[in-house]
Design a protein. Structure first.
Length: 194
């Protein structure tokens, strides 16, 4: 069971939509989201699913139909539709990996989420240690969740994030961390700051 405070809502799925689910999901998406999903090809199911989960979650919190949720994700660098997702009245975050799609939302403070598979090659572990320092996959999902909560993502050097069990700091920002256990094969960190 996910262990999260009540003011944080999480929704997740394994990647994959059958044709009726895909039609339902596509009908929720904005033109910008549809073009983003087309551009990403291999990852398009996860992109579609992520937006579907996020729109459904936000719709429940805001009392809106998922299609009517005013979700934008404008990139701060180029203006493209692949930046931090924003919905007035909430803060939200999304993450996808090969085996999961996770969305979180809250009406209080700022939020970020990251999911990664627990298993991986030695090369992957070495690459993660290179950018995040020692500490393994939990440390890496914590760093990414904080960077997504911050909103700059990997424009910030991941080594600037100081992580301890249950909390993190980046510049003046203090973050609380949670590790909801969604499945045995996944590491998830949710980062939140007031
Ligand atoms: C945010 C970032 C760390 C996520 O990378 P990742 O771990 O490979 O991917 P995840 O699946 O965990 O997260 C992807 C989601 O993060 C969200 N996201 C993208 N940019 C974000 C940002 N700056 N802050 C918070 N969330 C962001 C999006 O919702 C995206 O999913 P979507 O495009 O399907 O909506 C990475 O994309 C990044 O650092 N982006 C900023 C730098 C950049 O891309 N600049 C673009 C220049 S054109
Ligand atoms: Zn961009």
């Amino acid at each position: 069971m996910p262990v999260l405070p009540e003011f944080i809502r999480l929704s997740w799925q394994r990647p994959g939509l059958d044709p009726p689910q895909r039609s339902t999901a596509l009908a929720m998406l904005s033109p910008a989201e549809l073009s983003r999903a087309e551009l990403t090809r291999a990852g398009s199911v996860s992109v579609i699913q992520g937006r579907m989960l996020l729109r459904t979650l936000a719709g429940e919190l805001l009392g809106l139909d998922p299609r009517a949720v005013p979700l934008s994700a404008t990139c701060a660098d180029c203006g493209g539709p692949h930046g931090q997702p924003r919905i007035p009245g909430l803060t939200v975050s999304l993450s996808h990996c090969a085996t999961a799609v996770v969305a979180v939302a809250t009406a209080e403070g700022h939020i970020g989420v990251d999911v990664e598979p627990l298993e991986g090659s030695a090369e992957r572990a070495a690459a993660i240690a290179e950018v995040a320092g020692a500490g393994g996959i939990r440390r890496w999902t914590s760093v990414e969740a904080v960077l997504k909560c911050d909103g700059r993502g990997l424009r910030v050097d991941p080594r600037e994030v100081a992580v301890t069990e249950g909390s993190a700091a980046l510049g003046d920002g203090q973050y609380q961390l949670w590790y909801p256990e969604l499945a045995d094969d996944l590491q998830v960190t949710v980062a939140w700051r007031a």
